[in-house]
Ligand binder design. Structure first.
Ligand code: NOJ
Length: 476
């Protein structure tokens, strides 16, 4: 089945119709497509992916500047030097958000604009920039949700994430910024996607800083990542106004039961806890599960007194970046009682090779996290897709594939809200095409098309669709 027919099937099988109840016996049921009142609709971006202006106003270099300028590391040698030039065009970008009718915008702060060397004296011009963006958002009636770290680590920090001191430097920076912004920003996320900035950068070496370290060092980097989060939570709380909410934006690996029966559902839930042992499980439980430590053996992370209490600092919310599923089946013969199922050559996927289509990840991600750890509140900090975006003769991008992808995932998020799981908002990745890390500008995730030669932004058909969905607070 190709992805278009798969997606079409998904709408009926697991998507929009799933939560719809017939209102009149015998009559054709009009499915209820609505989201809860006050559901927060938003869009997401990240500093290095959109800002450009890498040398402006005292910004210090980051590991992504270094990596993207190293030959052979990114598609076409692309860098974030200019990206969407949002550093200069932020007012226009706020206009795009306003036109969509979103209530919220998830953005990140470039640590090295604030502390060019990662620590030390703050750079007022960097603070001023984020003040301008935040004030502009508020004037447009849009609530900023701020991520403190979205991978652009100041290059000057020795040993990057291999060095435990980086976690402390992060907390100092995060606390400082919370003090500056919490009069206007009410929700902060510490770090974005632990698994990516640790493993892709230090195990696979395909992201900055491009290292391929042995298991013990990878586990130590992971530990420094969760420690940074935990110390960051404490520092934000210490410096922010009362009532400020703190959470994390994590790409927890999501396991979808191959069959919706109790044994497969239990297997998927166990897989969620086990396979995220070093990340969200450690954070939500304040401990590494003994099975994880035993399996790691001599390569287990070195943990100092007090680390796990910091890592387990209670959160106001958990935010998930949800893109792709791993299907799993119960398997009594497997050591852990489950077997993850491999994607097949013909498994449906979108324009990024890793982006397998699996709308059920939306529902099962929210459900498993809710049931395992009972967070007070959940957000989707990212969901979206790359697509084969092209402008037609009329200069328009009719990205029906992206709409189909989003509608199916949102159908499954709606299923989660209809069943009462505490999901309170959704941030579409992304507001506009941007620098897609190692894929450079070859993969477009935006609902606005960006012509990188002219910086012209053009709403795609998906922007029109999202606007209508927001207006109705219902799938459309
Ligand atoms: C998750 C990352 O947080 C974001 O930076 C990236 O662009 C999207 N996934 C799409 O790959």
């Amino acid at each position: 089945m190709d992805r278009r027919s798969f997606i079409g099937a998904g709408i009926v099988a697991g998507g929009m119709a799933a939560g719809g109840m017939p209102r009149v016996a015998g009559a054709a049921a009009a499915p209820d497509l609505g989201f809860p009142k006050d559901f927060v609709w938003g869009c997401a971006t990240a500093s290095y992916q959109i800002e450009g202006a890498v040398k402006a106003d005292g910004r210090g270099p980051t590991i992504w500047d270094t990596f993207s300028h190293t030959p052979g590391k990114t598609a076409n040698g692309d860098t974030g030097d200019v990206a969407c030039d949002s550093y200069h065009r932020y007012a226009e970008d706020i206009g795009l958000l306003k036109n969509l009718g979103v209530k919220a915008y998830r953005m990140s702060i470039a640590w090295s604009r604030i502390f060019p060397e990662g620590r030390g004296q703050p750079n007022q011009k960097g603070i001023d920039y984020y003040n301008r963006v935040i004030d502009g958002l508020l004037a447009a009636g849009i609530a900023p949700y701020v991520t403190m770290f979205h991978w652009d680590l100041p290059q000057a920090l020795p040993g990057e994430w291999r060095n435990r001191d980086t976690a402390k430097a992060f907390a100092d920076y995060a606390g400082f910024m919370a003090g500056k912004l919490s009069d206007r920003v009410h929700r902060f996320m510490t770090v974005n996607e632990l698994r990516c900035f640790t493993d892709l950068g230090h195990m696979q070496g395909i992201h900055a800083p491009g290292l391929q370290l042995p298991a013990a060092e990878v586990n130590q980097v992971r530990h420094h990542g969760v420690l940074a989060h935990g110390l960051g939570v404490q520092a934000i709380r210490a410096h922010a106004r009362a009532g400020t909410e703190v959470g994390i934006a994590d790409n927890t690996s999501i396991f979808v039961p191959a069959i919706e029966t109790p044994e497969h559902i239990a297997a998927a839930k166990k897989a969620m806890r086990d396979e995220n042992a070093m990340f969200l499980t450690a954070i939500m439980e304040g401990a590494y599960p003994p099975e994880y430590l035993a399996a790691a053996g001599a390569a287990a992370p070195k943990v100092q007194a007090g680390d796990m209490a910091a890592i387990g600092s209670p959160l106001d919310f958990v935010a998930l970046n949800i893109y792709t599923p791993t299907f799993v089946k119960a398997d009594p013969s497997a050591p852990r009682g489950y077997t993850p199922l491999p994607h097949l050559p013909q498994s449906p996927r979108m324009a990024s090779p890793w982006l397998y289509v699996g709308p059920e990840a939306a529902y099962w991600g929210v459900r498993a996290v809710s049931e395992l750890w009972k967070p007070k509140s959940l957000f989707i900090s990212e969901n979206g897709t790359s697509a084969d975006d092209v402008l037609n003769a009329a200069g328009l991008d009719d990205d029906a594939d992206r709409i189909m992808y989003l509608r199916n995932y949102l159908g499954q998020f709606r299923r989660a809200t209809a069943e009462g799981f505490p999901l309170h908002g959704y941030f579409l990745w992304s507001l506009m095409d941007n620098f897609e890390w190692a894929d450079g500008y070859t993969k477009r995730f935006g609902i606005h098309y960006v012509d990188f030669a002219t910086q012209k932004r053009t709403p795609k058909l998906s922007a029109q669709w999202y606007k209508e969905l927001i207006r109705r607070n219902a799938l459309v």
